[in-house]
Design a protein around this ligand. Structure first.
Ligand code: AMP
Length: 190
């Protein structure tokens, strides 16, 4: 199986690149942000809980996020592989993902990290907010909170995968196609 973690701060281009990777490698795409938004739209109990954190730019608690992700993974009987988009965002989530994949006799192949500097992220997120209507992309204070949470809580995940020699950083500024080709080159080397 080819199991990828697509990593990077909010606004780095994870959604755009995931869509292209899924098409090329026929992977199951699991975006925790998308699953939370679907639950918010559907008015589920999980959605109501998630919204209270998302609207503040905070992470949804690990036990909720890990449980949800595990049940999504378990829905797929014989996948070619997974692309995890926006997960894991904490070291506890990374450890839980390893344990879950081990029960399926598989593991993470590679973490691909889109690297984009903060000023560019702020610009991109405000533009996306104007387009998509995502509330958490419209308020500069919430955007800053998400970037801060990323630096404090999510950056350790980079160390987690670096220690396993699975971390690959990719320049996330430039043409979508150029970035995509760089990602594919790393996948084909793995
Ligand atoms: P995203 O679409 O990946 O930017 O996620 C939007 C929001 O959903 C984040 O700002 C978090 O509040 C929440 N979220 C998404 N994925 C996770 C995760 N793995 N752990 C905790 N919260 C998450």
């Amino acid at each position: 199986m080819l199991n990828l973690v697509l990593f990077g701060p909010p606004g780095a281009g994870k959604g755009t690149q995931s869509a292209k990777l899924i098409e090329k490698y026929h992977l199951v795409h699991l975006s925790t942000g998308d699953i939370f938004r679907a639950n918010i739209k559907g008015g589920t109990e999980l959605g109501v809980l998630a919204k209270s954190f998302i609207d503040q730019g905070q992470l949804v608690p690990d036990e909720v996020t890990i449980g949800m992700l595990a049940s999504e993974v378990n829905k797929h009987a014989d996948p070619k592989g997974f692309i995890f988009d926006g997960f894991p965002r904490t070291s506890a989530q990374a450890a839980a993902l390893d344990a879950l994949l081990e029960t399926k006799n598989t593991s993470i192949t590679l973490m691909l990290a889109l690297e984009v500097e903060e000023e560019e992220l702020r610009k991109r997120l405000l533009l996306r907010g104007a387009d998509s209507g995502r509330a958490d992309d419209q308020d500069p204070a919430i955007i800053q909170k998400r970037i801060d949470v990323y630096n404090a809580e999510t950056m350790p995940v980079k160390t987690y995968y670096s220690e396993q020699n699975k971390y690959k950083g990719i320049e996330g500024i430039g043409e979508i196609e150029t970035i995509f080709n760089a990602l594919c080159t790393e996948i084909e080397k793995a």
